[in-house]
Ligand binder design. Structure first.
Ligand SMILES: Nc1ncnc2c1ncn2[C@@H]1O[C@H](COP(=O)(O)OP(=O)(O)O)[C@@H](O)[C@H]1O
Ligand SMILES: [Mg+2]
Length: 468
């Protein structure tokens, strides 16, 4: 039940608010300012009614005081006066609504519902903004290699402008992540940051997703829909996988870039939306232009501030700091008490190729955290291939002076030794995984994972049987 405070010195007008709300809200009625001040100091309300005729000229001051202290608390003003000046003053001081006596019960209920709905939306926005602010902070960006430091410097500068940014780079190199960092460090940070992946949406729905549609514009369009470009108004839109857009949409996008305007699907009203565009792709757009798949004029229009993110192996200095950061984040979210990696694990992480870049590193670490029973992450829980492709190639070539050494041998023998140990203990425990896990000092779940990864099977085990 909502808790509502009603401040009105006049019995008759107070009664109208009380009778409209008493069935659905917990009401507290106050007739003078001292009691009112005491109530709002000591208790939390969902909404308050203030009758402006009950207070003196100080009413607006009182209103702004409450509003400054608790900006989310909705305040509905009631009054006998219809003076525009008073209404404007009250609304400017933070009132959610202004009702003039006599007020019908329906009107009161509608005002309460509307004010509470707006309050809930504001809570939600504040929540999302807080979570995004934490995630997208330039200080959270790991950049130890000189290439990344340069990129970061440019992005910080780009963030201050409204120009279109084109971020290219392989999957998992941080395109989405850095686009958020740009938005939340730009003058548009208080406005929406809207992300859309053009590859995830069927081609025929993408246009309506981006630009919205009018009711009845196609089968299934039973309501008007506001597109992402309108939602992002004043803010930033992140167009991921822009190379997937078809020619028709490319033409429409070009117009948005040039004129900041478009029409909803099936509509002829021109809509203006001031949106900053950050586009990303892992495709070679120049090649797509050459093969006629991407409009050349659009390419030049989005390629104003180009940024190419290096693969993880091209920023070797970042690998271990990233691993440490990702481990810390992962442990915090899973409530695990793991501190760092063993020396072998660090070596392996540093030597590995990481074809899936930072995303692969993050997934690898997440899995290791689940499997690890010790206080440090061990090599065998990283579950990386023994040798990377590059190292296999390097091994087949005669060594060149000054080249990095190959993968450390211990990783290989360690995995083998581990398998031997698991097999021996399983035999000792007559292939009962639960008992073997206990003897090995790991959880049954961890053993089950290892067993299937090592390809160990036994006729006593039913296929896909899970232990745990
Ligand atoms: N420089 C960086 N510092 C810290 N974390 C990063 C960095 N770049 C990427 N990440 C993290 O790596 C993961 C993959 O990044 P993402 O932006 O989704 O890649 P992409 O969009 O290029 O496929 C995300 O979890 C992101 O938070
Ligand atoms: Mg992405």
């Amino acid at each position: 039940m909502y808790k509502i405070l009603i401040y009105d010195s006049f019995e008759a007008t107070r009664a109208s608010v009380v009778s409209a709300l008493e069935d659905r809200c917990e009401l507290t009625c106050i007739a003078n300012e001292i009691e009112f001040q005491a109530e709002i100091r000591s208790r939390q309300f969902d909404l308050i009614f203030i009758d402006i005729d009950s207070i003196n000229d100080q009413s607006v001051v009182l209103l702004s005081q409450i509003h400054t202290k608790d900006p989310f608390l909705p305040i509905i003003i009631t009054s006998k006066s219809e003076k525009a000046e008073i209404i404007v003053q009250a609304m400017n001081a933070g009132a959610s609504d202004f009702l003039i006596h006599p007020i019908s019960p329906t009107r009161i209920n509608i005002a309460v519902d509307k004010a509470l709905e707006i309050r809930d939306q504001r809570f939600e926005i504040a929540y999302h903004r807080r979570t995004q602010d934490v995630v997208y902070d330039f200080r959270d960006v790991v950049a130890y290699s000189s290439s990344m430091q340069k990129i970061l410097k440019s992005l910080e500068r780009f963030a201050k402008t409204d120009s279109t940014i084109l971020i290219t780079g392989d999957t998992g190199t941080g395109k989405s992540f850095l686009s958020g960092t740009v938005h939340f460090n730009s003058p548009r940070r208080k406005k929406p940051f809207v992300k859309i992946n053009c590859a995830n949406i069927p081609e025929d729905l993408l246009e309506s997703e981006l630009f919205g549609h009018e009711k009845g514009s196609f089968t299934g369009a039973d309501k008007q829909r506001i597109g992402r470009f309108e939602q992002a108004s004043g803010g930033t839109i992140f167009l991921d996988e822009i190379g997937e857009m078809n020619m028709r949409l490319q033409t429409k996008l070009l117009r948005v870039l040039e004129e900041k305007s478009f029409e909803r699907v099936g509509g002829n009203k021109t809509i203006f939306s001031d949106v900053r565009i950050i586009a990303a792709t892992n495709k070679d757009l120049v090649q797509q232009v050459e093969t006629g798949l991407f409009r050349e004029d659009l390419y030049y229009r989005i390629n104003v501030l180009p940024v190419t993110l290096p693969s993880l192996r091209e920023r070797r200095e970042c690998i271990l700091p990233l691993a440490d950061l990702l481990l810390k984040k992962c442990c915090a979210s899973m409530h695990r008490d793991i501190h760092g990696f063993t020396d072998e694990a660090r070596k392996l992480i540093l030597e590995y190729e990481w074809p899936g870049n930072i995303r692969q590193l993050a997934n690898t670490i997440e899995r290791a955290v689940i499997l690890e029973d010790d206080r440090k992450i061990h090599t065998y829980n990283l579950a990386l291939p023994k040798k990377t492709l590059r190292q296999q190639v390097a091994a087949a070539r005669p060594a060149v002076a000054g080249e990095e050494p190959g993968v450390p041998e211990p990783a290989e023998s360690l995995a083998e030794r581990e398998k031997e140990l698991v097999l021996r203990v399983l035999e000792e425990c007559l292939w009962v995984q639960k008992n073997a896990a206990k003897k090995l000092g790991i959880s049954p779940r961890a053993l089950n994972y290892k067993v299937s990864k090592m390809g160990i099977t036994h006729p006593h085990w039913r296929r896909n049987k899970k232990v745990g």
